[in-house]
Design a protein around this ligand. Sequence first.
Ligand SMILES: Cc1ncc(COP(=O)(O)O)c(C=O)c1O
Length: 385
Amino acid sequence: MRRRRSGLSTRAIHGDVGPRTVAQPVAAPIYQSSTFVSPFGPTDEVLYTRYGNNPNQRRLASRLAHLEGAQAAIFLASGMGATALAHLAVLQPGDHLLSSEWIYGGTRRLFAEEFARLGIETSFVNPDRQRQWRIKLRKNTRAIFVETPTNPVMRVLDLGWLGALAKAEGVALLVDSTFASPINFRPLEHGADIVIHSVTKYLNGHSDVIAGAVAASAAFVEEIRSRMKVWGQALDPHCAWLIERGLKTLAVRVARHNETGLRVASWLETQPKVRRVHYPGLPSHPDHALAARTLNGFGGMVGVELAGGPRAARRCLKALRLITHAPSLGGVESLVSEPRFTSHAGLTPQQRAAAGIPDGFLRFSLGLEDADDLIADLARGLAAA
Ligand SMILES: Cc1ncc(COP(=O)(O)O)c(C=O)c1O
């Protein structure tokens, strides 16, 4: 009989369900050890936490591989660490990277400044101009990188088309899927080769850990591991344990984020002081049809432009009591930030405008509080705006 595939909640809680032994702890212990006893003489694998083979790191990796439908996964000490090493496992000096223009500001800096210093050139493409992907491809292009849904305007990209292009050209398609989490979208099922996460966000979900992850083929994950051994981005075992705890509730958390996101975004759109709401669950969003077809849920991230511009945004922020003014996203508590001062601070005002982020743009990460309380807080903010 063919083995039945478990659902996403079960995979998030158990990973691979194996045989149980009496007195085995139900919650995994923390192996807070940098090193492990080795046999004398040569060994297949030296166990050392910097090598990513501590039991807590391994449990997590197998959990994410199950969730993304990947052969393997690896966790690193930050989302940026994951993005950097995933690319460095594909790209060499002299190679060319084709990147979406709609990406996290830190990632843009990594490509434009750090990779440039290593002799890896990046061209940025506005994904709205689909032909540009093909036009900007070069003989030495080795990888395509996109984020979907995008930060902070929540554009949703058609990976089917991009995946087919990458395959035809023999280049790797890397996708930062942080905003979706595997509950709402699994890029490998849509033609991506490599999935990257800032685990700091939804996967951990409690705003108490910085971490990243990559899910891909076993061979590719080994490429990353061998680089991680010397570049040194291994995850601390206690962090890994906290993330495993967070992962167990990923599916129910994301279902609630989806519900609250749609409800609050729909309410915001009816408010006279709001010029525009960016949420893929709304029919007014440019990618609504694609999002409805490809995502399991629209998520908890909502972008808002106020009619009164940056000054109204500042007044609104000052009046909020429940929603905390802080960078980052994906946690149980609602946060708000102005991308021009946080995630996109490294961009010029022109670059931000080209990415659809005018000054005064507010990015909300809706948490797990009662939606009525979030709406009451937003009503307070808008009254002051
Ligand atoms: C989409 C996205 N990718 C990557 C990162 C970097 O993650 P980390 O802060 O865990 O290094 C962020 C951080 O905000 C992000 O929003």
